[in-house]
Design a protein around this ligand. Structure first.
Ligand SMILES: Cc1ncc(COP(=O)(O)O)c(C=O)c1O
Length: 377
């Protein structure tokens, strides 16, 4: 049994016409050293919670000490996986300012996921406020070292205890924060990926474009098989023809063939990656042809045989870009750009990272500074 969390007096943070109560932990934990941070293993001292009840809507936003909470064993989420989440980061710049990256786009996507899973929409402004308020309260947890960040994980779960299959009548939104290390401590590193035509992640009309746990559960078996064969991630092919590229692991995929960058279209089977969108914006601004069109594994392999396959990379919040050094498919292993990070991959990484840390200006308005906390100790 976990110990009850001792708390200090309640403060509150004004939001619109009401106040968000903030109950602080009386036992703040020490923050781990920046050098020891990994991904998603450590959580900050507090969390944000908000409930939804049919007829009443979303209510009772609050910040409380980070702690386990109880859910009824009959809760819909535990049986039928009615739940969604999203994932974004905030970065501490060399100026000390903490900036969220593309928070509004992530909130819009969270609400799209809610719609697909029949979860009542969240108030986007309140979700944004939850990010700002919680990061302000736990600001001391935002690491300093370049490459580190605070990972922001908003989640909604269906809490109604009911075993019938229909949308639940009660939900909880919660937000947790995790200080995370650099994905590639020594700079970006190429990964080995395995294209599979044996398993599929999603099909048109399914849940592929929603950020919901079932998609990740569906990916585990194939990912374990790929790991046994020495690969880091699975390159998913479409569920119908098993030949068009979908996504790679938890990233979108991009291929540079000759002078054109190609990425699969948002046709419902893949997540509309925020990094994908940022990269398409940069490429088009730089005058590079960036096409969103179906691309088959055969086209990629043919391009590698004619020497036209210049670079290939995955895009996602965790690593920004992950160069693909080796692509496996049906027993073949193709090495891309000599297994090294290509120049365009590197330039994209450097450009996005420098916007994230506030080192270069932000012409697209992608970053939002966390308002200095009225609640800071
Ligand atoms: C399945 C999947 N595809 C793509 C992405 C990349 O999306 P983003 O760039 O918004 O992190 C992620 C990560 O969130 C993901 O889980």
């Amino acid at each position: 049994m976990s110990q009850p969390i001792a708390t200090t007096e309640t403060q509150s943070r004004p939001f619109r016409k009401f106040e968000i109560p903030v109950t602080r932990t009386a036992r703040p934990r020490p923050r781990p050293a920046d050098d020891t941070l990994q991904f998603g293993t450590v959580f900050t001292d507090h969390m944000f919670q908000l409930d939804h009840t049919e007829g009443r809507g979303w209510h009772d936003p609050r910040i409380v000490p980070y702690q386990p909470f109880t859910v009824d064993p009959a809760s819909a989420v535990l049986h039928y996986a009615q739940a969604v989440f999203d994932g974004l980061k905030a970065f501490r710049g060399s100026d000390g300012v903490v900036r969220l990256f593309r928070a509004q786009t992530h909130i819009d996507r969270l609400n799209q996921s809610c719609e697909r899973l029949c979860i009542p929409p969240l108030d986007a402004k309140l979700v944004l406020e939850s990010f700002h308020a919680l990061i302000a309260v736990d600001e001391a947890w935002v690491p300093y070292k370049r490459g580190t960040a605070i990972y922001v994980r908003p989640t909604v779960i269906a809490t109604e205890p009911f075993l019938g299959v229909r949308p639940a009548r009660t939900y909880t939104y919660f937000l947790i924060l995790s200080p995370v290390g650099s994905y590639y401590p020594e700079g970006i590193n190429p990964v080995k990926i395995l294209a599979t035509d044996k398993f599929v992640r999603a099909v048109q009309g399914g849940l592929g474009s929603a950020k919901t746990g079932g998609n990740y559960a569906a990916s585990l078996y194939a990912a374990e098989e790929a790991k046994k064969q020495g690969y880091t991630q699975v390159l998913w092919l479409d569920g119908v023809h098993r030949k068009y590229l979908d996504e790679v692991g938890t990233m979108n995929i991009m291929v540079k063939i000759g002078e054109e960058v190609v990425t699969p279209p948002l046709s419902g089977t893949i997540l509309a990656g925020v990094t994908r969108d940022s990269i398409l914006t940069l490429l088009r601004d730089w005058g590079i042809k960036a096409s969103e069109r179906p691309i088959s594994i055969d086209e990629v392999i043919a391009a590698s045989k004619t020497g036209m396959l210049a670079e290939m990379w995955g895009t996602g919040t965790a690593a920004v870009v992950s160069p693909v050094g080796v692509l496996g498919y049906k027993g073949e292993r193709i090495t891309i750009n000599g297994g090294k990070t290509g120049p365009l991959t590197q330039k994209l990484y450097d450009t996005i990272v420098s916007i994230q840390y506030g080192d270069s200006n932000d012409p697209y308005g992608w970053t939002t500074p966390i308002a200095p906390s009225m609640l800071a100790r």
